[in-house]
Design a protein. Structure first.
Length: 190
């Protein structure tokens, strides 16, 4: 169905709200099943959880990371971050780096095998996402992207979507087209 065939009323009626909520739930489920948590577990043969993948991405995108930095960046507690570091280190995906000047401080960094796993999963995610986007009409692709951007922007402008809670903490991989950066809330970008 093209965009022209799906014309919803401008006013936010109860029916429109219900339809928008249902569509967003289907979209979230589609993302989970095809390019989200489910795909991560599938590609890593259930050895990697989605939370661990987020931690590996964080470490790939940030330099000189301490456990506390990772906890803050991922929005998890320090003990949870410590447990995650222990599990990821046992799997050989990260390593601890002692500070020669202060033995109490230990950094963490992603290993080559951890970086390869992140790259493999990210490439497959992009491939699956592209498989859908390329089948859409150009107008539909633009409407999709612009609609998501408008939803995020409006949520942030009205303090419904706190930027610090939805930020991807992309570090060295920052995209200038990120809707959080575009809204001039760069203080959340780490």
């Amino acid at each position: 169905m093209t965009i022209d065939k799906l014309r919803l009323p401008i006013a936010l009626s109860e029916d429109l709200l219900n339809h928008a909520e249902m569509i967003s739930q289907v979209f979230a489920q589609a993302m989970y099943k095809t390019i989200g948590e489910h795909m991560t577990e599938e590609l890593s043969e259930s050895e990697l959880t989605y939370a661990q993948m987020q931690a590996l991405r964080y470490l790939r995108n940030h330099r000189r990371v301490m456990v506390g930095d990772m906890a803050d960046g991922l929005g998890i507690s320090y003990p949870s971050a410590t447990n995650m570091v222990n599990r990821l280190e046992k799997k050989g995906w990260i390593e601890r780096i002692p500070n020669p000047r202060d033995r109490r401080q230990v950094g963490i960094k992603i290993t080559e095998s951890g970086a390869q796993l992140v790259h493999q999963i990210d490439q497959e995610r992009k491939h699956r996402f592209a498989a859908i986007l390329t089948k859409m009409e150009p107008e539909e692709r633009h409407a999709f992207i612009n609609g998501l951007r408008a939803f995020i922007r409006t949520g942030m402008e009205n303090d419904i979507l706190p930027p610090d809670e939805i930020c991807l903490h992309c570090g060295t991989q920052q995209d200038p087209l990120c809707p959080i950066r575009a809204s001039k809330t760069e203080e959340f970008c780490r």
